[in-house]
Structure formats: structure tokens, C-alpha cells
Design a binder for this molecule. Structure first.
Ligand code: ZN
Length: 143
């Protein structure tokens, strides 16, 4: 199987069966973001315990790239310290911009690496991550 085909299957699986969808019960930080160029919308919720991402969930509507990226992001950062989640975000954005990045940190997220060849879709792929960045900023972290 070609790598491109494998990546496409990972993306479609997350789009059709999104992980960590819905609302967090109890206290959570919340951010809404839109990508007007494509019409993507995301509502991201995150709960922290001792600065570890104890729960993260999203709701939204949009194209397969934006929604699969959000689903993959929640899987990648759940259970990780917020600082590490923000480092993964930094590496992910490098990958999407076509820059050198740390493959070990990204794992399955590399399925979206092909987006760097499609500038019009970059905003779709980074929407959920920009929401994560906003939560980090609101929490007093800057990267
Ligand atoms: Zn989109």
C-alpha cells in the first residue's frame, strides 16, 4: 500500500469516527474558532489536572481535513502535560508549513503531512491547533 493511501485512510477514519467528540462534564476551558475560508468551525474544551490534559473534547463542523485534524489532536494530547501538548502543536505546525519537524513527537499526526503541499488547506489542518494555542495562552503559557 502506498504511504499516501495509508494516510488518506487514517484521515477518513478520524473524519468518519471522530475521537473525543462532545462536551466535558464539569469545569473546562473553552475556545471557539472558525476558518472562514473553508467554513470550518470548532468548539474545543479542555480540562487540566496538575497541568496535565485530563480531558479534551471537541465539537464542530467542516471539511474532512479540519475535523480529522481535531480528532487526531485530541488523541495526541490527552493525558500529556500541557507544556508537552504545546510542543506537539509547535512541531505539527512546522510539518504543515513544510518545515523540518520532529517525527517522533508527531506519530500518527504525520498522516496530515501531505497538507503542506496544499496551501489552501493549511488553515483547515491548523484550526484545532490554533484553538489549543489559544487555550494555552489563556492559561498563561506562551510558545
Ligand atoms: Zn476546511
Amino acid at each position: 500500500m502506498q504511504l499516501d493511501e495509508l494516510y488518506r485512510q487514517v484521515i477518513m477514519d478520524h473524519y468518519q469516527h471522530p475521537r473525543n467528540q462532545g462536551d466535558i462534564q464539569g469545569d473546562a476551558m473553552k475556545v471557539d474558532l472558525k476558518n472562514p475560508t473553508c467554513g470550518d468551525e470548532i468548539h474545543l474544551q479542555m480540562a487540566l489536572e496538575d497541568n496535565v490534559v485530563s480531558d479534551v473534547r471537541f465539537k464542530g463542523a467542516g471539511c474532512s481535513i479540519s475535523m480529522s485534524s481535531a480528532s487526531m489532536m485530541t488523541e495526541a494530547i490527552k493525558g500529556k502535560p500541557l507544556d508537552e501538548a504545546l510542543l506537539i502543536m509547535t512541531e505539527f505546525k512546522k510539518m504543515i508549513r513544510g518545515e523540518a519537524y520532529d517525527e517522533d513527537m508527531l506519530g500518527d499526526l504525520e498522516a496530515l503531512s501531505g497538507i503542506s503541499k496544499f496551501p489552501a488547506r493549511v488553515k483547515c489542518a491548523t484550526l484545532a491547533w490554533n484553538a489549543l494555542e489559544r487555550i494555552g495562552e489563556n492559561h498563561g503559557h506562551t510558545h
